[in-house]
Ligand binder design. Structure first.
Ligand code: MRU
Length: 362
């Protein structure tokens, strides 16, 4: 079994520590997000980011809040009402990645369905469940990696966007996990990494973590992708996802849709790799996915330096939606789905307890 040394979320000695991704690649520092407000800040400001990572972070934060409430000796009803408020605060931090809601709802429902237990016992159960999600997420990523590595086979070049790696999960990664698994199994491939403006997750984070694993990234400006495809220099595109609706429409980092269109025009397979927790079982199509709009300064500045004349209008959507019809396959821990996606997705969801089941998934 492969392992990955990068651990963006740690839960130890009653504390939640997240690897501060604002500071990478220049310094590796952990941020203490044990207090609920600190975790809300960390998610909103992208200290911790990536859909699966913020899902687990939210679950840990809510469980930790449960522990605080149990120590404060509140009544069971007060416990639940305060926990629901905390859940709302966490969910409001970032609207697009459905994993955030998944993680928070999982812990809340577990509390709601087991309120007959003493609060000490219940709080300990919530913490156990949330902590177990870390290893579970890594195991899921390894399954995605194994399936995806077979799918991309002997591709000699792959292009990825944003960061869907160890840093965006609890370790290993989804899209980058597939690349990691393929390389560990002996593949030799050029890994093109989109810079990913405006936050530069590709240039800063994906490049950093690939180098940590001795995989040489080739970083390109986002606008280079079409040129490379026209020169037949890209065999496969693989990206992660922030939310997949029942018909396979997929929200991911802004620029993903552009890549999918380019890949289709050039007959390059376009794959999405994601865990089932990224599927939004309540939403039929991508048009209902809320798209996060972020601070204009992310666009008007680079590395803290303003690059635009003062007073310009800015549009800064953080995600876009790629229609399922442009996606060649969706790689999950339970299998590879092909279009049309409705049936495969629904069947997979029927096999797992949903977040509303009130049980811990591991
Ligand atoms: O805004 P970010 O950096 O949180 O966006 C992250 C992405 O778009 C990732 O591709 C996605 O969350 C999948 S991570 C496995």
């Amino acid at each position: 079994m492969f392992t990955s040394s990068i651990r963006p979320i740690r839960s130890e000695n009653g504390r939640i520590l997240v690897l501060d991704q604002r500071k990478l690649p220049h310094s590796v520092e952990y941020f203490d997000a044990t207090r609920l407000d600190d975790m809300c800040f960390a998610i909103k400001e992208m200290v911790v980011r990536g859909a699966p990572a913020i899902g687990v972070a939210a679950a840990l934060a809510l469980a930790c809040e449960g522990q605080r409430l149990s120590s404060a000796r509140v009544s069971p009803l007060e416990f639940l009402s305060q926990l629901e408020k905390a859940k709302g605060k966490l969910e409001a931090t970032r609207p697009t990645a459905v994993n955030l809601r998944w993680g928070a709802q999982l812990i809340f429902k577990l509390a709601q369905d087991n309120l007959s237990e003493t609060l000490d016992v219940l709080a300990a159960r919530l913490v156990d469940c949330a902590r177990g999600l870390i290893e579970e997420d890594i195991a899921i990523n390894l399954q995605i990696g194994e399936r995806g590595a077979k799918l991309i086979g002997d591709a000699s070049s792959v292009l990825t966007h944003c960061n869907a790696g160890a840093l965006a999960t609890c370790g290993w990664g989804t899209a980058l996990g597939v690349i990691r698994s393929a390389v560990k199994l002996g593949a030799h491939m050029t890994v093109y990494v989109d810079e990913t403006r405006p936050r530069q997750q590709g240039a800063r984070l994906t490049a950093w973590e690939l180098l940590e694993d001795n995989i040489q990234p080739t970083v390109i400006a986002d606008s280079v992708a079409g040129y490379l495809m026209s020169k037949k220099m890209v065999d496969v595109v693989i990206v992660g996802a922030d939310r997949i609706t029942l018909n396979g429409d997929t929200a991911n980092k802004i620029g993903t849709y552009t890549l999918a269109v380019l890949a289709n025009v050039h007959n390059v397979p376009f794959y999405v790799a994601a865990p089932l927790s990224t599927i939004d079982a309540e939403t039929l199509t991508g048009k209902d996915i809320p798209i996060e709009e972020r601070d204009p300064h992310e666009v008007t500045s680079i590395g803290g330096m303003e690059i635009c004349p003062e007073g310009v209008n800015v549009l800064n959507p953080a995600f876009d939606v790629t229609p399922g019809r442009l996606i060649s396959a969706i790689i999950t821990e339970v299998g590879i789905f092909r279009p049309p996606y409705e049936v495969a997705i629904q069947e997979a969801l029927n096999q797992i307890p949903g977040v509303n089941a009130g049980v811990c998934p591991h």
